[in-house]
Write a protein that binds this ligand. Structure first.
Ligand SMILES: Nc1nc2c(c(=O)[nH]1)N[C@H]1C(S)=C(S)[C@@H](COP(=O)(O)O)O[C@H]1N2
Ligand SMILES: [Mo]
Length: 521
């Protein structure tokens, strides 16, 4: 290796270590401030917020629930690449290290202080990260540049041994600081975990009837009627799942037409009448045939009761507000039509999900669930505030990004089996899936093969109108390629339209279509 290229390679290595030092300093400092103020998290959160809807939808499609991990890896990779380039140039242009670090620091600061839930100290982790990275790069570059022509006696024209010693020291210090920061973060989240472990949700005052056994069909390939929590889809913008300490949680109800604003603790919430309800939650980003839907047994408090106590009246009773904005601890806002959440349906402030406190991923300690509304206009996780306002005065997060103000769930159906990945053998093939029209109920499901006549499927027993419904239809399948389609009709008499639309702005339409090859028997 010639002296020059050796120097550049070592410089790049130095750049990487300087970058790592910056990340470690940011991690450690954010433990003292707020873990969401860590530069990578802040920049990631900002990227999610600024990304056009098409891009986030694409990311959900490609990476699914790993979309956030992909984003973090992407950010660290870009950072690493830039750090290596800066490091390679630094021995010859000493100022480039501190200048580059300052630039990245500024990006971090800008991202951190513009988070909706930013606190006063949120700029510090990025500032300290930049100082650490800039300083390490300055020192390392100095070792590479210092000795003119073989002064260190190793023939490379620079102080290789001095450089490697400093590099090792910087790497060790970064690893130490990074691990220390991680340990502090996990101590914080241990408090939240302890508060969850200590929480016993009282038995509901109004239990749900048991799920009728006939609501669940015994067809291989058909999922369970109640979706276990670990299989429940997860959609949110949180790069780090908020871990709220339940003992410190408060809910505030305030805003227009709230004569008696309320603040309550979790204990106070749990002392109210608890109801148990089965409700199927659906994401507006669920494509036709998609999996962003799940059905759970929730325990919670009737939201309308809490609102009434605060003196809230819906528009039909002359109340001045028509929008209920739910705000989460991470600054997310979701806006629901007030008339809908107060129309007598089981709009819940939920604390329990399938027999346990809400998992952190699903909104611990309290979230909203409203049957019949897509999650983005109703299902606020990590809830901390309910603000009464009007749709004219306030656009919630997703509405600001082009999604519809109103998000009633569209009647839909899905074929779960057979699927092209496990093609069936000719003969009698059970075709089965789910259909949903929350708060209206499913009236009929029909299946057709190769554009033939629609055939009525057998419906499983209904649990409630707020839950999905399984269905099956027995197909005498001939070998060869075939196309299966399904459509549902709800109890309001609406049959799913054939017209295919994407998920934006208010939910996908069209018939789920499965094309597969039936094998010879
Ligand atoms: N705080 C917060 N709540 C949120 C979201 C979010 O990004 N942040 N996403 C909403 C969306 S779009 C959906 S579909 C549901 C998903 O709930 P789940 O992740 O428990 O399935 O949560 C809703 N509540
Ligand atoms: Mo969603």
């Amino acid at each position: 290796m010639s002296g020059r290229s050796g120097q550049r390679a070592l410089g790049a290595l130095g750049g990487l270590v300087a970058g790592a030092a910056g990340l470690a300093a940011g991690e450690l400092a954010s433990a003292a401030v707020r873990r969401e103020a860590s530069p990578v998290t802040a920049v990631g959160d900002a990227a999610i917020e600024l990304a056009p809807v098409g891009l986030t939808d694409w990311a959900i499609d490609v990476f699914g629930t790993n979309d956030k991990l992909a984003l973090e890896i992407g950010i660290v990779a870009v950072l690493g690449l830039c750090a290596a380039v800066l490091g390679a140039l630094a021995p010859r242009f000493r100022l480039i290290g501190p200048a580059g670090a300052a630039l990245f620091g500024l990006v971090g600061v800008a991202a951190a202080v513009t988070r909706p839930d930013a606190g006063g100290g949120d700029a510090w982790p990025s500032v300290l990260a930049a100082v650490a990275a800039g300083a390490v790069l300055w020192v390392l570059a100095g070792r590479l540049a210092e000795s003119p022509d073989g002064a260190a006696g190793d023939g490379d024209g620079f102080d290789r041994r001095g450089f490697l010693t400093a590099l090792g020291a910087a790497a060790a210090a970064s690893a130490g600081a990074g691990l220390w920061g991680r340990a502090l973060h996990s101590a914080d989240s241990a408090e939240a975990a302890a508060s969850r472990a200590a929480l016993t949700i009282p038995a509901p005052d109004v239990p749900a009837a048991p799920v009728p056994p006939a609501a669940e069909l015994d067809v291989p390939g058909l999922g369970p009627f109640l979706t276990p929590n670990r299989l429940f889809y997860r959609i949110d913008t949180a790069l780090r799942v908020p871990r709220v300490d339940a003992t410190r949680w408060r809910l505030r109800v305030s805003g227009r037409g709230v004569p008696r604003p309320v603040t309550m603790t979790l204990d106070q919430l749990l002392r109210r009448e608890l109801v148990e309800r089965d409700i199927t939650l659906t994401c507006v980003s669920n494509p036709v045939g998609g999996t962003l839907i799940g059905n759970a047994r929730w325990i919670g408090v009737q939201l309308a009761d809490v609102l009434r106590e605060a003196g809230v009246r819906p528009p039909s009773e002359g109340g001045p507000a028509d929008q209920l904005v739910a705000r989460s601890v991470d600054g997310m806002t979701l806006g629901s039509p007030l008339e809908t959440v107060m129309d007598g349906r089981d709009a819940l402030l939920a604390v329990g999900m399938n027999g346990e406190p809400l998992p952190f991923e699903h909104g611990f300690p309290v979230r909203m669930v409203v049957p019949g509304l897509y999650g983005y206009v109703s299902a606020c996780k990590w809830l901390q505030g309910l603000e009464l306002t009007t749709f004219d005065d306030f656009d919630a997060y997703w509405v600001d990004r082009g999604w519809a103000e109103q998000g009633p769930i569209k009647t839909q159906s899905r074929i779960d089996t057979p699927r092209p990945s496990s093609p069936p053998v000719a003969g009698r093939v059970p075709v089965a899936g789910v259909a949903w029209a929350q708060h209206t109920g499913i009236e009929r499901v029909e299946v057709r093969v190769d554009d033939g006549p629609w055939q009525e499927a057998e419906l499983a027993a209904e649990d409630t109108a707020d839950t999905w419904r399984q269905w099956r239809w027995d197909w005498t399948a001939e070998p060869g390629e075939h196309r299966l389609q399904v459509r549902a009709t709800d109890r309001a008499g609406r049959t799913q339209t054939e017209t295919t639309t994407g998920t934006a702005p208010d939910g996908a339409t069209g018939w789920h279509t499965v094309t597969l090859e039936v094998r010879e028997g």
